[in-house]
Design a protein around this ligand. Sequence first.
Ligand code: UDP
Length: 239
Amino acid sequence: VQAKRGYGRVLLKLGGEMFGGGRVGIDPDVVGAVARQIAEIVADGVEVAIVIGGGNFFRGAELQQRGMDRARGDYMAMLGTVMNCLALQDFLEREHDIDTRVMTAITMSKVAEAYIPRRAARHMEKGRVVIFGAGTGMPFFSTDTTAAQRALEIGCEVVLMAKAVDGVYSDDPKVNPEAQFFEHITHRQVLERGLKVADATAFSLCMDNLMPILVFNLLEEGNIARAVGGEKIGTLVST
Ligand code: UDP
């Protein structure tokens, strides 16, 4: 069955690694290009919430491997995500004149608002882009899980998983040229086939609450608008 595509309120999940352009820190060219894509859908009246990862700064699990306490490493990593949020906010406001609010799960009132779900929804109704920082505020979770949770709580219709690949394949297409590409797959099939769309916690939240996930390639200019507008792009995971 071809599910209806074309969304009015979306949660966009961006990996932190992209923001660094493959290095530690922020690559302004990448952030600028992402902001341009987001500006397109905001101009179309789509309500947009964004979760950004922190892989371009720290990951708690990696710090743990180098001897640090896991929870403390996770907190460091969550703080890293906030820098990505501020960078994106800067590009959206300065280059596109788009009203944005950064809302963080760890309060830091000098730079961001506290995450208050109903206030976040209200910002979106007013056409403001809401960028969620500091993950869930809890160690041992991920920003994928944050994306799933926020999408559910503020009533987004879909989680748009922006990746550096076209979507979900039966196998790694770089290793196995026979790998099959899925345009549509159910949450259950993803589990049964052992495919990877998001981490297990994030994925089970989506599956249990019937939240669709659209995995698509961010690196192609205009793909966010295509994903939101209902064009056949990426892999739709839905029930
Ligand atoms: N993190 C956390 N709790 C959260 C979200 C994130 O502890 O709710 C930490 C965790 O260490 C994670 C890091 O922040 O590895 C960066 O997030 P993620 O790995 O999801 O970023 P991405 O891979 O999307 O860049």
